[in-house]
Design a protein around this ligand. Structure first.
Ligand SMILES: [Zn+2]
Length: 136
């Protein structure tokens, strides 16, 4: 079995729809990283963003700050300018989800971030609550 075939197979399996809208079934995709020299590439950053329904600038800003590491995004891949263990990244993304994805009122992940003036809010599509989010 060629590597390419395995990759395709993996992608096909990933495409099988999962139930996403209820809290218990919400799942953060496993972080796929590749260390290149002193850099860490988060290869499925795009997939993580769509699972979280967040835009790249907000989550990347959070990670750069939390990890005290500069970086950038190229072709949906997050590039961090140092070696970061996978566990640390997963940990940080989990904290991000707790703080910026789950509704503070009903604890469901069906939310979006909205900006009003200089303030950021988490707007819940399940219960309608709008709670302020910390500036990062
Ligand atoms: Zn809610």
């Amino acid at each position: 079995m060629s590597f390419e075939y395995e990759e395709l197979l993996k992608k096909a399996i990933e495409k099988i729809p999962k139930k996403v809208s209820s809290g218990e079934r919400f799942k953060i995709p496993e972080v796929v990283i590749e260390v290149q020299g002193n850099k860490t590439l988060v290869k499925n950053f795009g997939e993580i963003l769509s699972a979280l329904r967040r835009d790249s600038s907000h989550l990347s800003k959070y990670l750069f700050k939390e990890l005290a590491t500069p970086g950038n995004i190229q072709n949906n891949i997050l590039i961090l300018q140092r070696k970061v263990p996978k566990e640390i990244l997963e940990n940080k993304i989990e904290s991000y989800v707790k703080e910026f994805v789950f509704c503070k009122i009903c604890n469901k992940p069906d939310t979006k971030l909205i900006k009003e003036g200089n303030s950021l809010f988490i707007k819940c599509e399940a219960c309608g609550a709008k709670t302020p989010a910390r500036q990062i």
